[in-house]
Design a protein around this ligand. Structure first.
Ligand code: JFZ
Length: 461
């Protein structure tokens, strides 16, 4: 329920857009041409709508601690802020002294890091874009940053991790973007502190904003030309005012024609100039949303690598989230927490490959497919597509069902994976207000011998 209300707030604040334009103009003196470019034009943003499935990567110094520190493991309820699985939050939650945490950089040496291997894994999984944490709340930059010494060049590894990933993405035709913690920065004076601490003085925050946050974002855009930037805020008590939000957006628009911006740039007030909405973590809407959107999601509880987080979701469960989102017009950004040595955890890789195998056979029903606004029973999802002038519906069955009736007009249905014909009968219902069709599919029980999701490809009349 809470999630729903937040979703609503999000949509409402998008609506108040026009009112904000004036204040933005007076702040930055945009001219007409600038305003026209305040969101990425539809044509350049189309890839995101069609992509459906992306890889999120949380990787940084925290990966070295693997969710544990000095005999304690997250979540640890004996510490006042220890109650969280999020391994990337280990520094404040398990009370690691900042100096000690920063010193981890002296031994960060991911000798197994192979950017091309990561990209190939994403590609085989059926993912169409990658989002890597360029700097998380701890403030550590994974690229060669001229703005801050707290970066990968001051580690024994001394290699620009992001540059290598970008090159690999370009080689394999993978879209790429970066998570950048623009608000929280625990290692830089003036950067926002964990939300349970008092807010830092706004003048100090402004200094951080001008001296680190904005310059690093600019660096990321100018150096690596990302397809999207992923910002992160989540509560009201936040230094990201409308002015700062728009200042950051303007900086990005001035330097890139294509870079998409997510709604969490200012969660409670994203305004009119963002390109897509970001749901709550692991939140899957039940209604169609027209603005482009995605759900960031975990395979376990934690985002960063946590060696003792055994809460793995199954590939089937994750595919259900993917098809739910596809049927509601959104994307699924699924996270991996690579190990500190640069390798990907095996349980994650196995799940990626299982999902990739399913998508190899059923991707037609997912990529570029649009929502179809008809009522479906629990566990059934639907999308649509036009191929060579013919309209098709794709029905995702996530559990056994003998007879399925939907408000469709169809004479022909097959199992997408195998081509097996599925009996369908359409009846015409006549009402005062007009006529309606109802198609009833008879689904063989043995279709569910393997538990994965079955897709029916349905020709529409
Ligand atoms: C944030 C980060 O703090 C976290 O480490 C991770 O990067 C995740 C993707 O984003 O966590 C959040 C952000 C927002 C909410 C919850 C966790 N929220 O709005 O409920």
């Amino acid at each position: 329920m809470k999630k729903l209300i937040y979703g609503l707030i999000l949509c409402l604040s998008l609506g108040s857009a026009m009112a904000q334009k004036d204040s933005v103009m007076s702040c930055f003196h945009f001219d007409e041409k600038d305003i026209m470019h305040m969101t990425v034009p539809e044509k350049k943003a189309k890839w995101f709508r069609e992509a459906k499935f992306g890889m999120f990567l949380h990787w940084g110094l925290y990966s070295m601690l693997e969710g544990s520190y000095k005999g304690r493991t997250l979540p640890d309820t004996t510490l006042i802020h220890g109650k969280s699985w999020y391994a990337e939050w280990i520094q404040p939650r398990l009370e690691v002294p900042m100096d000690e945490y920063k010193a981890l950089a002296k031994s960060f040496n991911p000798i197994k890091y192979n950017a091309e291997a990561w990209v190939r894994e994403a590609k085989n999984a059926g993912m169409r874009y990658i989002v890597l944490t360029s700097k998380h709340h701890d403030g550590f930059a994974l690229w060669d940053s001229k703005v801050s010494d707290f970066d990968v060049m001051n580690t024994p590894y001394k290699r620009d991790v992001i540059d290598e990933l970008v090159k690999a993405c370009k080689k394999y035709g993978m879209k790429y973007g970066f998570y950048y913690s623009h608000w929280q920065d625990w290692s830089f004076e003036g950067g926002a502190r964990p939300h349970w601490e008092p807010m830092v003085d706004d003048n100090k925050f402004e200094k951080y904003w001008q001296e680190k946050s904005l310059p690093q974002v600019k660096e990321l855009i100018v150096k690596y030309d990302p397809d999207l930037l992923w910002f992160d805020t989540w509560n009201e008590k936040c230094h990201i005012t409308e002015r700062r939000r728009d200042e950051l957006i303007y900086l990005i628009r001035r330097n890139s024609q294509k870079c998409l911006i997510n709604g969490r740039i200012c969660f409670t007030n994203p305004g009119d100039y963002i390109d897509f909405l970001e749901m709550f973590d692991n939140a899957y809407p039940k209604e169609i949303i027209n603005k482009p959107w995605q759900t960031p999601a975990t395979m376990q509880h934690s985002w960063g690598y946590h060696a003792k987080d055994y809460n793995w979701k199954s590939a089937d469960e994750m595919l259900r989230y993917l098809v739910n989102n596809t049927s509601k017009g959104g994307n699924y950004l699924l996270n991996i927490g690579p190990k500190a040595d640069g390798s990907l955890p095996l349980p994650a890789v196995r799940r990626l490959r299982e999902m990739g195998a399913w998508l190899m056979a059923n991707g037609e029903a997912v990529y570029g497919a649009k929502p179809l606004n008809i009522k479906c029973p629990e566990g059934v999802y639907i999308t649509q597509k036009t191929i060579k002038g013919k309209r098709y519906a794709y029905i995702f069955l996530t559990k056994a069902i003998e007879h399925l009736s939907l408000k469709l007009n169809s004479k022909k249905a097959v199992v997408l994976d195998t081509g097996q014909p599925i009996p369908v009968e359409t009846t015409k219902l006549i009402f005062e207000r007009g006529e309606e069709y109802e198609a009833t599919f008879t689904i063989p029980a043995d279709l569910f011998r393997d538990s994965s999701i079955q897709v029916l490809k349905v020709e529409l009349q």
